[in-house]
Design a protein around this ligand. Structure first.
Ligand code: ATP
Length: 442
């Protein structure tokens, strides 16, 4: 049974502690667009950096890219998004609601939210109609059809159209990949579940170009690498599973596709797709641009259009996954402690410095330690309230280590480091503190 109350608690914690705010909240909010607050921006940035490091820095065969959001409109004709990036929609003539025909079970009737659209006596649903998900705007001074451009609905096309530029500039050889993190926009009709499905979001996509025939081998490798990445992020392996696209789900050009799914409080849902796209993308861009996009393999003196293995994850969706996976409530000495048990590498604040009291020189000693640690990592200083309450505030923000400065700090030059998860305490020499923390938060 899905436990949606957990989601309510996470949404409220995210607002209270500054992870995620509703966009334009003082004007009543705007549908399914969210802003990241001081803690959220750090969490999401750390996740994106971890992704980038694992692909671009730690491998020799992947290059980075940052393509613009606006692209030539023909890109979206070639990609198939103008003709086909549509969802079948139904409208309700009574309440004027619009719902995705294939997601009616997840939708709520606007007049009677306990029922799904079509189940209330007053509902009058139309036949399904197609609705394009791309945001349209105009480039230049003329608002006419010749000036239409789109906000990209995926970052992948920026990679495909730059594949030859990157190849030439980097002197890579096939097989090689291009990685990119950037905004994407979809005018989703059934957005929801907080930052799970939004109209503006960020994707972390890597397109790997391979020789035809080696594609399934690479596909299997990439499946393994990407699943391992999510596990290394600290996600509970029991909550991760594969979903293989069956014949009806598989895009007509795709040779194979799997989604990595996570078990959210609202059920198993996709967080990343790994797709073997064959030569569809480069083939289409070659056709629509009239430019040859073949790869010349000098060693074997042969030409071919590379196949593409795609790994495509949502930065916001992975951020939500990390938040949900990290959230727990525990009973400690008759009180409930709320903990975000983040992997230390993605935790927004790595350490908090807490003087036991402000007087007797403890405040000054703590301040000096805080200044020192802050040079090395995001650190928080808190000297207000009982120490237990300060620990709880840090637990809720997901801070892995609390450094308590006490009288022994002054005499023995050491501090107490309290571990968020076990609540165990260690005594560490002040001189070793930064190195000790660095080792545990990288
Ligand atoms: P879904 O079926 O959930 O709409 P999709 O199959 O359309 O997703 P892709 O086009 O494969 O998704 O996009 C790749 C990844 O981008 C997804 O796995 C997801 O993490 C992310 N993503 C896609 N749409 C959204 C959205 N509206 N909001 C947030 N993230 C999204």
């Amino acid at each position: 049974m899905a436990d949606t109350s957990v989601m309510d608690k996470i949404v409220s914690l995210c607002k209270r502690r500054g992870f995620v705010f509703q966009s334009s909240e003082i004007y009543g909010g705007v549908g399914s667009v969210w802003d990241y607050g001081p803690l959220g921006v750090e969490l999401k940035k750390n996740i994106k950096e971890r992704w980038w490091k694992s692909l671009v820095y730690q491998r020799d065969d992947i290059e980075g890219l940052d393509a613009a959001i606006l692209m030539h409109p023909k890109v979206w004709e070639a990609s198939g998004h103008v003709a086909g990036f549509t969802d079948p929609m139904v409208d309700c003539k009574t309440c004027k609601g619009r719902f995705r025909a294939d997601k009616l079970v997840d939708a709520k009737c606007l007049q009677k939210p306990s029922k799904q659209p079509g189940q209330h006596d007053a509902c009058q649903l139309t036949e399904p109609r197609l609705f394009n998900l791309m945001f349209k705007t105009f480039m230049g001074p003329m608002e006419d059809s010749a000036a239409v451009v789109y906000l990209r609905p995926e970052t992948a096309q920026g990679i495909y159209v730059n594949y030859q530029n990157v190849l030439t500039a980097s002197r890579q050889r096939v097989p090689f990949g291009i990685a990119q993190i950037g905004k994407a926009f979809r005018n989703e009709i059934t957005p929801g579940n907080f930052i799970f499905r939004t109209r503006e979001f960020e994707q972390m996509e890597m397109q790997f170009f391979v020789k035809p025939g080696s594609d399934m081998e690479w596909f299997e490798q990439w499946r393994e690498i990407r699943m391992q990445w999510h596990k290394d992020l600290g996600l509970n392996p029991a909550k991760l599973q594969w979903h293989q696209h069956g014949p009806t789900e598989l895009a007509h050009y795709a040779r194979a596709a799997y989604d990595i799914e996570y078990e959210f409080p609202f059920g198993w849902q996709e967080i990343e797709g790994i797709h073997n796209r064959g030569d569809f993308d480069l083939g289409r861009h070659q056709e629509y641009s009239g430019k040859k996009l073949e790869y010349y393999d000098q060693l074997n003196n042969e030409r071919y259009l590379p196949y593409i293995v795609e790994t495509s994850a949502g930065a916001d969706r992975v951020t939500l996954t990390v938040l949900v996976d990290a959230y727990r409530e525990e009973e400690v000495e008759g009180e409930t402690r709320v903990v975000l048990g983040f992997h230390p590498a993605v935790a927004p604040i790595k350490a908090a410095v807490l003087p036991l009291m402000k007087k007797d020189g403890l405040g000054e000693a703590a301040d000096a330690i805080y200044r020192d640690v802050k040079k090395a990592m995001p650190t928080f200083y808190d000297d207000s309230g009982a120490i237990g309450r300060r620990y709880r505030r840090m637990d809720e923000a997901g801070t892995p280590f609390c450094i308590t400065v006490d009288h022994d700090t002054l005499t023995a030059d050491s501090v107490t480091v309290r571990h968020r998860d076990s609540m165990q305490q260690d005594r560490i020499g002040t001189a070793q503190l930064v190195a000790w923390l660095r080792e545990r938060t990288a």
